[in-house]
Design a protein around this ligand. Structure first.
Ligand code: SF4
Ligand code: SF4
Length: 172
């Protein structure tokens, strides 16, 4: 029963604890949790983890416009690099907005026909394995979610949504 309906039917009275009940989680949330647990129980080999990573990234790319923008809109002008604190302090191109995006772009490209045919020549990653996935996580984990890239980019491309996504929905 919805929580607000319960309160309408059984209004709270000071000193009366008969209205107290456990919070019932939304059914959708429960089934999502079950799916996650099932995944954790079944995706135990590295191959399964790699497949799951690719599947989830492609799903997000196809359904989340911010992820799609981070991958497709960037023209590699480099304007965002001098705004990114992690690039300024480390000088590592992968530790920049465009470098991070490049890591997931290479996975998306590997799934396209051009990537399957021409591989690295069109920017697709040659092999997606656990080392590659760890690299993606490492560089997105280093992102400070400061959003400076979004202000510096002439197209408003920013990495924070991808960073949050990789931290929240994907396995670590
Ligand atoms: S949000 Fe991340 S990628 Fe963007 S400028 Fe900040 S640290 Fe760099
Ligand atoms: S400023 Fe925008 S378009 Fe230019 S490299 Fe950075 S993300 Fe790509």
């Amino acid at each position: 029963m919805a929580y607000d309906k319960v309160f309408k039917e059984r209004p709270f009275k000071w000193g009366d604890v008969s209205n107290f009940m456990h919070y019932m989680a939304d059914e959708k949330l429960v089934s999502r949790l079950h799916e996650t647990i099932k995944f954790k129980q079944t995706a135990i080999t590295d191959e399964e983890k790699v497949e799951y990573f690719k599947k989830r990234l492609l799903e997000e790319y196809n359904n989340n416009k911010n992820v799609k923008m981070a991958v497709d809109v960037c023209v590699h002008c480099g304007q965002c690099m001098s705004a990114c604190p992690t690039y300024i302090t480390t000088g590592d191109p992968y530790n920049s907005p465009v470098g991070r995006a490049e890591l997931i772009r290479a996975v998306i490209k590997a799934d396209k026909v051009s990537g399957k045919l021409f591989g690295k020549a069109v920017g697709a990653v040659k092999k997606i394995d656990m080392n590659y996935i760890r690299k993606v996580y490492t560089y997105y984990w280093l992102c400070l979610i400061c959003r400076r890239c979004g202000y510096a980019c002439p197209f408003g491309v920013e990495q924070t949504d991808v960073t949050r996504l990789l931290g929240r929905y994907f396995m670590k």
